[in-house]
Design a protein around this ligand. Structure first.
Ligand code: GDP
Ligand code: MG
Length: 722
């Protein structure tokens, strides 16, 4: 049986396509196809013993954006005729430039076989190309050819037929990252496209989104003609994206897109595809920088120094505005106390609302400085280099270069959030590596845990605060990697897949861009503080307030107070007076403590105390940690509430950190153990929900139980040996 296979011959102008077409089909086509001269497609037949292949010679193009009629002809043929295989001819003497078109075919999802043409010229230049490596990186067969002599043409035909016949082969669009500015926009656009099933029968959804950003005339026209409401939505988003690109990066979206495609190619080339390339050394500035920055030995040192530098500058810079915010909330507390008479309402406003939200907001300036540092690294292009360097390491732990972004977004550089982090793992193509990434990313140092570490390290390790933060970050990485390895060798065993990471050129970030990105991140954090955390703070306040002490014990405290007051009234020396006032305060303290312990939260916290004591946590810390299951931001605010409610000292306008440091039940070991626990225990509720959605509820449950057990075990060890 011979079934006819349709193969499209595509490539850049002058890559030798027509010569190859003639060699394959025995035709005598005119060689030397100048742009714009012939845009029609020609076809011919190739027969082998087992198959008959209809080869269509498409016009040469550099790109698949509809800038020219050639591009349109080539593109329409691929998407409408859906040839079983696209034979992508490349001029191997300028492989990088030719691969730009290949990447675009891959984004369309076309099944391809690559013909590396002009291999004779490559040899003459003294270069060699690692065909196997290129083939692995691209995921397609690659065949070396010399079209002029017909060398390699039989192998090419065989590969093309074999590839076209693979039953399981489907159109799988390549998904590459377009960086922090465009990626979220592309995701939103894809959502619109999928929801309105807008042209997505014909093109992959991400590809349509890209075309709207590139302002592709044909796609825009088709969209408009379809009359779908998705068109207008997409256009609006694309216009906004354009504005955003210009304000933050100083170039248009199409330039950003091109940069990232070339970045994708650059990183493949970096893995040693072409050897002995000395003839035309066009070393760009980015390449020069990369030589140093991604050097095998210097690279990791620079990376660690950069991370350390970030912590080192964040503290002194962040402390200044942090003081202002603290002062503001202090003023607000005083004002509310003065305006609202002493009552349940006062307690709700001062302790529940202002205390809770203020505790979180106090850290906004610090987090903003950290966000700014991350943004600069990202905009600079250095973040991608870190991912590239980490690929080797991540692989050893059963992860992937693409795991780095989810890690970093989740707080690999402190200050992220596991929710977008877990979602960023969608770019991982292998399901096992994706699962391992999703399950370990929540160990990172998210923006909600950071305040806990900042507070405790400043209070208990005042001289080494930056170093402690650095150590915590290292611990989060080490644990994430070891757990990934553990998972990949037990419950999620399997092979790893090759991967290419986009390396965009270095770009000096614009001040405006950095400010906008920083603000967006900080705003997200504050919005959470203003809504979810406010709600939870109030809930926790209620759990800590109700039920109030029973009359019986309240009366006991009242009697004690009356006794002391009577002595006071009887008239005393100044010295006795101050001693008696201290006694009164001690009674107030004892009553507040008793009330908290009697409350719902106190009972839960106390019930866990016998166990949690092993790690040094008393019932008040337990209250905070329970709140942290809902949102990690709540830990600080409920510690604040627990300590200000249980420690009524009018002179103590000192911060929570100082209060804990002076508390006799707290030590460095308690602080360290708590930091470890907070770092590693169950992801917050929102993250668990996202894990459930991205994987399954079984894995979401697994992460809660596994992480909490692991965290507790390590905390106990730290507390017991410190
Ligand atoms: P097209 O524009 O892609 O159709 O390219 P052509 O087939 O017209 O070839 C462009 C030029 O490259 C012509 O001068 C060909 O002779 C030359 N050429 C094609 N294949 C090879 C090859 O394998 N080696 C070398 N050295 N030259 C080739
Ligand atoms: Mg031609």
């Amino acid at each position: 049986m011979t079934a006819t296979i349709t193969a499209a011959l595509a490539g850049n102008p002058n890559c030798g396509k027509t010569t190859l077409f003639n060699a394959l089909t025995g035709a005598r086509q005119h060689v030397g196809n100048y742009p714009g001269v012939t845009v029609e497609k020609r076809s011919g037949n190739v027969k082998t013993d087992t198959a008959s292949m209809n080869v269509v010679d498409l016009p040469g193009t550099y790109s698949l954006t509809a800038y020219s009629p050639e591009e349109l002809v080539a593109r329409d043929f691929i998407v409408d005729e859906r040839p079983q295989v696209v034979i992508n001819v490349l001029d191997a003497t300028s492989l990088e430039r030719n691969l730009y078109l290949t990447i675009q075919f891959m984004e369309l999802g076309a099944p391809m076989v690559l013909a590396l043409n002009m291999m004779d010229a490559v040899k003459k230049q003294g270069k060699t190309i690692d065909v196997d490596k290129l083939s692995t990186l691209l995921g397609f067969p690659v065949v070396e050819t010399v079209a002029r002599t017909g060398l390699g043409k039989n192998a090419l035909v065989q590969q093309a037929i074999a590839f076209a016949r693979q039953k399981e082969k489907t159109w799988q669009p390549l998904h590459i990252s377009y960086g922090p500015v465009l990626d979220p926009i592309l995701n939103d656009m894809e959502e619109v496209i999928r929801e309105s099933s807008f042209m997505d029968q014909r093109f992959p959804s991400r590809w349509i989104a890209l075309k709207y950003l590139e302002e592709d005339e044909q796609v825009l026209k088709l969209g408009e003609a379809s009359g779908a409401k998705g068109h207008q939505q997409l256009k609006t988003v694309a216009d906004k994206a354009k504005e955003k690109c210009f304000t933050t990066l100083d170039v248009g979206p199409e330039a950003v897109i091109a940069d990232f495609r070339y970045g994708h190619i650059a990183s493949m080339m970096k893995q040693g595809v072409v050897k002995g390339d000395t003839t035309h050394q066009r070393i760009h500035l980015s390449d020069k920088i990369d030589r140093v920055v991604t050097d095998q030995f210097l690279g990791p040192i620079i990376m660690l120094a950069t991370l350390y530098g970030i912590f080192y500058i964040t503290f002194p810079i962040g402390e200044i505005p942090m003081g202002w915010v603290e002062a503001f909330f202090g003023w607000l507390t005083n004002a509310a106390t003065a305006i609202i008479p002493e009552s349940l309402l006062q307690s709700l406003v001062v302790d529940g609302i202002i205390g809770g939200v203020g505790g979180v907001m106090g850290f906004v300036p610090l987090i903003m400085v950290m966000f700014m540092a991350i943004t600069i690294l990202e905009d600079l292009g250095y973040m991608a280099r870190m991912a590239y360097m980490m690929d080797r390491v991540l692989r050893m732990f059963g992860l992937h270069g693409a795991s780095l972004m989810p890690f970093i977004i989740s707080g690999g550089i402190p200050g992220g959030c596991a929710v977008p982090g877990v979602m960023a793992a969608r770019t991982l193509r292998s399901p096992r590596e994706k699962l391992a990434t999703i399950l370990t990313a929540p160990f990172m140092n998210c923006g909600a845990k950071v305040p806990v570490f900042l507070l405790l390290s400043a209070a208990f390790f005042p001289d080494n605060a930056a170093r402690v933060m650095f150590v915590i970050t290292i611990i989060s990485w080490v644990v994430a990697l070891l757990v990934a390895k553990l998972l990949r060798t037990t419950v999620i065993k399997g092979e790893s897949t090759p991967f290419v990471m986009e390396l965009p050129p270095y770009r000096i970030p614009t001040l405006k861009g950095v400010l906008i990105h920083t603000w967006e991140r900080a705003w997200q954090y504050m919005k959470k503080a203003g809504t979810v955390i406010l709600g939870i703070s109030i809930l926790i306040w209620a759990a800590m307030t109700f039920p109030g002490l029973p009359d019986e014990s309240a009366n006991t405290f009242q009697e004690q107070r009356t006794g002391v007051e009577a002595t006071l009234a009887a008239g005393t020396t100044d010295q006795q007076r101050s001693a008696l006032e201290k006694d009164l305060m001690a009674i107030d303290n004892a009553e507040a403590q008793a009330a908290l312990k009697y409350s719902v939260a106190g009972r839960i916290g106390s019930a866990f105390e016998p166990v949690s004591k092993l790690a040094g946590f008393d019932w008040r810390t337990n209250i905070a940690l329970l709140g942290g299951f809902a949102a990690k931001e709540v830990i600080i605010s409920s510690l604040g509430t627990a300590y200000s409610m249980g420690d009524v000292d009018p002179e103590a306008s000192e911060g929570l950190g100082a209060r804990l440091a002076n508390d006799p039940t707290w030590s460095r070991a308690t602080a360290m153990s708590l930091m470890i626990f907070v770092l590693l225990y169950a992801p917050c509720f929102v993250t668990v929900a996202v894990i459930g959605r991205e994987t399954s509820w079984k894995w979401a449950g697994f992460s809660v139980v596994f992480n909490t057990s692991l965290a507790f075990t390590l905390s106990v060890i730290v507390y017991q040996i410190m």
